[in-house]
Design a protein around this ligand. Sequence first.
Ligand code: ZN
Length: 306
Amino acid sequence: MKLEGIHHITAITADAQSNVDFYAGTMGLRLVKKTVNQDNPTVYHLFFADEKGSAGSDLTFFEFPGVPPGRAGAGDVHRIVWRVASVAALDFWEERLAANGIETERAGGGLRFADPEGLAHELAVVEVADEPLIADHPEVPADHALRGFHAVCAYSGAPDASHSLLEALEFESLGEETWEARGANRGGLYVYEQPPEERSLQGAGSVHHVAWASTLDEHEQWRDRAISAGANPTPVIDRFYFRSIYFREPSGVLFEIATLGPGFTVDEPLEHLGEKLSLPPDFEHMRAEVEPNLRPVVNPRTVSAG
Ligand code: ZN
């Protein structure tokens, strides 16, 4: 039994429209679901991914309008690493990001930058057999597109404290505080780095949690494994698009284990993902209440496609 890499990463934005402009516009991802935060249905939960809404490429945001910027510290995921196919893709992104007013830096063979709210990203040329998870964007050639997540980097001053839990979850140590969750189809890395001295402050641009992918069949067993290693997971929560458990790993990072399926096509067809406000059945009765309070967002991809 192995986890199938990263399922999704959830972060916080202060402004849904500029968030959609950046991720569905500049970064070329597809807005695959526009829904509400199920723990606070007065705010958006936006999901960006590849064309099919695949786990492994799914970056999601809670919108807390006007929340001040956060600051990553110990116990936070502070950088998201994406796969790209080639050095030519790094060149493409260096130019495209500059044209959109985003500063970049070449580091460790990759390209680093932050989104307009300070959420750090790195594009890395990674050769793996995993299926590339690509969105179609009119301005981003498929050869250069993001191909899904490679890693998340977290700050921890005492990563040793997390080793036994990671081992119970079948992460494999690759040395230098780099761990891999690799299943039959997909893998993803979890990397610890030394934290800055300043304390963590959650806000715009902060990562809220990272979810690792499980098959539907094995999900309950992962919960048992987490308990056996001393974690305190929630019961299985039905998020409608997938099922989830949550627990903090010893470094302080909030982990989720989410199922591969049912997926985003459970309530809208693939060709129309993310166009309307989707409310899971348990929330549908609140539509008249919540929809008028959510500021409408314009999807740049829909606009540019006419
Ligand atoms: Zn999640």
